[in-house]
Design a protein around this ligand. Structure first.
Ligand code: PEP
Ligand code: MN
Length: 347
C-alpha cells in the first residue's frame, strides 16, 4: 500500500512583473526557515510553492517582502476543528444524558439571567415538560452598562445546581472571567463563552484546560474564520468538546438587534466537525422572531437551539423583549417538533 503524504505548506503568488532577483530572495527567505520551495512560472502569474511546516511561515510578514502579491495556506489553520481531523462529519459531544451532534436537535431553554430560585425552578419544570434538553441561565452576566444587573454570581450557580437536581436538566451558564472558570465548572454541565468574549484568548485557554463541554458563541463582529480559530484555542489546550453557536452579528441593519447569519450554519457544518447550534433569541432580539428563526435554523441543519424563556418576560431583569413566556415556548416546541420530523430530524 502506498504511503499517504499530506501536503503542508503555503502558496505564494508573486506580483506581476516580479524580477528574478526578487524571486530568489523570496525563496531564500522561505528556505532559511527549513521549507522547500517550488517555482512555477505561468503565462500570467508566477507561483512559489512552499512545502513544509507552514506555521514557521506564519510569523514572517510575507506580504511585505518585495515581489509578493498574496499568500495562501494549503491546509486550513483550524487543524483540530477542521473536518479532516475527525472520523465523523459531526463529533458527538455529551452533555448530561444528551449528545450534541447526534440525530436530535437539542434545545437549551431558560431565562437570560438567573434572578432567583423560585423563577428558575418554575422555568426548569416548564421547559423540561416541553422537551427542552438543557436549562440555560446566566449567573455572571456581561452587561453593556456597568450599572445594569450583572447576575447573582455563585448564588446563581447554586440555584442552577438545585434546579438540575430537581428537574434532571443539565445546565449551561456563561463564564466571563478566567478566574471564575474552575468554580463555575464545579457547578454546571456546560460552559458558555459569550459573544463579547469569543476572542478573550486567556478565557479560551482556561476553558481549554477544563474537561467541560464549551458552548462558544460567535463574536458579534467575528467572521466564521475567527470563530473556528477561537474554537481552535480551546481545543489546542486539550478540550475537544466545543459546540459552536451562531447568535447574530452586527451589520448596517438597525431593525433587528443583530442580523442572523443563517448561511453560517451550513457553512460551518461543511468546514468543521464540531456541532453547530443557533440562538434565535439574541439574533432577532424580539419575541415574535424567535419561532421563524428557529425553524430556519433547524432547516439549515442546526444541531440545537438556545432559546430565552422567562416566567414573566415583562418583568425580566435582562432580555425580556426577546424572551418567550411559557405558553410561547410550549407552542414553539410543539410546532418545531412537527417541523423537525418533516425535515427528517427530531427534537
Ligand atoms: C446570553 O446568552 O444571555 C448572552 C449574553 O448571549 P450573547 O453572548 O450571545 O450576547
Ligand atoms: Mn440574554
Amino acid at each position: 500500500m502506498g504511503k499517504c503524504t499530506i501536503f503542508r505548506g503555503m502558496i505564494i503568488v508573486a506580483r506581476k512583473g516580479v524580477t528574478a532577483q526578487e524571486l530568489d530572495s523570496i525563496r531564500e527567505r522561505v528556505e532559511r526557515l527549513g521549507l522547500r520551495t517550488h517555482l512555477s512560472i505561468g503565462e500570467s502569474r508566477t507561483i512559489i510553492g512552499c512545502i513544509g511546516e507552514e506555521s514557521r511561515l506564519r510569523s514572517v510578514p510575507l506580504l511585505s517582502i518585495p515581489g509578493v502579491d498574496s499568500v495562501h495556506p494549503v491546509m486550513r489553520p483550524w487543524k483540530l476543528a477542521g473536518r479532516d481531523f475527525a472520523a465523523d462529519p459531526t463529533t458527538r459531544i455529551q452533555v448530561g444524558p444528551h449528545l450534541f451532534g447526534g440525530s436530535a436537535c437539542l434545545v437549551a431553554a431558560g431565562p437570560c439571567s438567573v434572578e432567583g430560585e423560585e423563577m428558575m425552578m418554575e422555568t426548569g419544570r416548564a421547559v423540561a415538560g416541553d422537551g427542552a434538553a438543557l436549562l440555560r441561565g446566566g449567573a455572571f452576566k456581561p452587561r453593556t452598562s456597568p450599572y445594569s444587573f450583572d447576575g447573582l454570581k455563585e448564588e446563581g450557580l447554586r440555584i442552577l445546581a438545585r434546579v438540575r437536581e430537581e428537574t434532571g436538566l443539565p445546565v449551561v451558564t456563561e463564564v466571563l472571567d478566567p478566574r471564575d472558570a474552575e468554580l463555575i465548572a464545579g457547578y454546571v454541565d456546560m460552559l458558555q463563552i459569550g459573544t463579547r468574549n469569543m476572542q478573550n484568548f486567556a478565557l479560551l485557554r482556561e476553558v481549554g484546560q477544563l474537561q467541560r463541554p464549551v458552548l462558544l458563541k460567535r463574536g458579534m463582529s467575528a467572521t466564521l474564520k475567527d470563530l473556528l480559530l477561537a474554537a481552535e484555542y480551546v481545543m489546542s489546550k486539550g478540550n475537544m468538546q466545543v459546540v459552536l453557536c451562531e447568535r447574530g452579528i452586527r451589520t448596517f441593519g438597525t431593525e433587528m438587534r443583530n442580523t442572523f447569519d443563517l448561511a453560517a450554519i451550513p457553512w460551518l457544518k461543511q468546514e468543521t466537525h464540531l456541532p453547530v447550534v443557533a440562538d434565535p433569541s439574541h439574533a432577532g432580539g424580539r419575541r415574535d422572531l424567535v419561532a421563524p428563526l428557529s425553524f430556519a435554523a433547524v432547516a439549515a441543519g442546526a444541531d440545537g437551539l438556545i432559546v430565552e424563556v422567562h416566567p414573566d418576560p415583562g418583568n425580566a431583569l435582562s432580555d425580556g423583549d426577546q424572551s418567550l413566556a411559557f405558553a410561547g415556548f410550549t407552542a414553539l416546541m410543539r410546532d418545531l417538533g412537527a417541523f423537525a420530523e418533516a425535515a427528517g430530524r427530531k427534537l
